[in-house]
Design a protein around this ligand. Structure first.
Ligand SMILES: C[S@@+](CC[C@H](N)C(=O)[O-])C[C@H]1O[C@@H](n2cnc3c(N)ncnc32)[C@H](O)[C@@H]1O
Ligand SMILES: [Zn+2]
Length: 174
């Protein structure tokens, strides 16, 4: 391939968001299925992370679940992906390949649209918090027509697919 035939694969820019603080936006149209960016950051054991958070030594703002035991903290060694906001009707999703999480476009995304994924926050405690408390503690401002009002994951339907959604997003919360 000649240099002239190369495509500019830099799809995103970071700027102020109407959803919250800083967000990530499409610099150009992004076709469905595009691997947009890796969710980079320091790998850390969830147990360590939660202990540090309980002691008030660490925030969980940029934390992404990786697997049962490990999370990624985008606050350290992170990249622009850490600024992607949540939406209850997102245009991106997280997939993990070879233990590396990537943000993928789950639909065609027009230029200038904000990129979002569904955080699906889950409690690390055995008891589920009520919807009312979820909305109070983790309110959602995504503005989607079917916004559930919270960043917390909806309860699993009994006949839900066996895919483990915790592998796709969801920073651990206390
Ligand atoms: C990974 S950061 C996203 C980047 C963030 N906007 C910033 O300026 O740093 C996650 C935090 O952004 C906020 N956030 C993201 N999506 C949101 C939403 N839909 N509604 C309200 N707050 C949101 C929450 O405070 C959340 O803990
Ligand atoms: Zn919402």
């Amino acid at each position: 391939m000649t240099a002239g035939a190369r495509q500019d694969r830099d799809f995103i820019l970071v700027q102020a968001s109407g959803i919250h603080g800083t967000g990530v936006f499409a610099k150009r149209s992004i076709p469905k299925g595009t691997r947009v960016i890796e969710y980079a950051g320091r790998r850390i054991s969830k147990a360590q992370l939660l202990e540090a958070a309980d002691r008030g030594e660490r925030l969980l703002t940029y934390v992404l679940n990786l697997d049962k035991d490990t999370a990624i903290d985008g606050a350290e060694q992170g990249n622009d992906a850490r600024f992607i906001n949540h939406s209850c009707e997102p245009n991106c999703e997280v997939y993990i390949f070879d233990e590396i999480p990537y943000i993928y476009a789950m639909q065609d995304i027009p230029a200038e649209a904000e990129l979002t994924f569904d955080y699906q926050l889950k409690s690390t405690r055995p008891l589920r918090i009520s919807l009312a408390l979820s909305r109070e503690l983790f309110p959602c401002n995504c503005g989607a027509p079917r916004c559930r009002g919270t960043l917390v994951a909806p309860p699993k339907k009994r006949a839900a697919s066996s895919r483990n959604s915790s592998e796709r997003s969801a920073p651990p919360q206390g």
